[in-house]
Design a protein around this ligand. Structure first.
Ligand code: ADP
Ligand code: ADP
Length: 231
């Protein structure tokens, strides 16, 4: 489940210029598609449209064949989990932050989510002794550590679609590489839309679309695009 389809999507903010100029692509269930492009290309706009923040000028977006214009925003939010660029954590325990919005989650669910998010693996990357500190308040986390919490929090929701919206853009290259395996694991066998401005972060995508000035100007595999020297 979780097939995403954009069909000739056109969009402009208010009466401004056209931001998306007839975008078509699909993410088959369980597959992973990445959208790469320079700042201002329309990537964030595209992800906001998936959450139905705005109405389309023309075209259609469907999830599992259903036009999202006919779906409530709350059910869209239940179906789609997003890992944003800047994760805001509460000044509380790590466990609270992972459970946030899911305080009714049982220990078993939390453990499952941890496995799905490979918390075991990402905790290993944290400072020595961190694994025993999930219940401790006021821990100072680095950017990469925060993103690992964000991944776990999102997966606990059990979404069929995962949106990684510049999830590693705020991190330095080293930290980005550190959490890449957690992201790849999260994306595995889950319909995933990755948004990024660098090709380097999206090796695992089944297909990559290059968005420039509201148009898909290239599509292909990571290796193919590197060869073409696109980005
Ligand atoms: P990207 O995510 O690729 O950097 P965006 O989708 O943020 O691109 O922006 C695409 C274009 O839409 C830019 O020219 C930007 O200035 C414009 N834009 C983004 N958000 C708004 C908004 N709320 N109102 C008007 N124009 C916007
Ligand atoms: P629910 O409580 O319905 O399960 P969430 O509260 O987990 O859903 O919703 C997903 C989270 O992602 C929310 O915090 C929401 O504000 C945030 N979000 C939704 N759409 C976007 C978006 N396009 N960009 C950034 N954050 C978003």
């Amino acid at each position: 489940a979780g097939a995403i389809r954009f069909e000739n999507v056109r969009f402009r903010y208010e009466a401004g210029r056209e931001i998306l100029k007839g975008i078509s692509f699909e993410v088959p269930p369980g597959k992973s598609v990445a959208i790469v492009g320079p700042s201002g290309a329309g990537k964030s706009t595209l992800s906001r449209l998936l959450f139905r923040f705005y109405d389309l000028e023309s075209g259609r977006i469907t999830i599992d064949g259903q036009d999202i214009a006919r779906v409530t925003q709350s059910s869209l939010r239940a179906a789609i989990g997003i890992v944003p660029q800047d994760t805001v954590l509460f000044n509380d325990t790590l466990e609270y932050n992972i459970r946030y919005g899911r305080m009714e989650a049982s220990e078993a669910e939390l453990r499952q989510a941890a496995e799905r998010a490979q918390i075991g693996r990402f905790i290993e990357l944290l400072p020595e002794g961190f694994a025993t500190r999930v219940g401790e308040r006021g821990l100072k986390l680095s950017g990469g550590e925060k993103q690992r919490v964000a991944i776990a929090r999102t997966l606990l929701k059990g979404p069929s679609i995962l949106v990684l919206d510049e999830a590693t853009s705020a991190l330095d290259t080293h930290t980005e590489q550190e959490i890449q395996s957690a992201l790849d694991e999260a994306a595995r066998e889950r319909t995933t839309l990755t948004i990024a401005h660098r090709l380097s972060t999206i090796v695992a995508a089944d297909e990559i679309l290059v968005l420039k000035a509201g148009e898909i100007v290239e599509r292909g595999s990571h290796a193919g695009l590197l060869e073409a020297g696109g980005l």
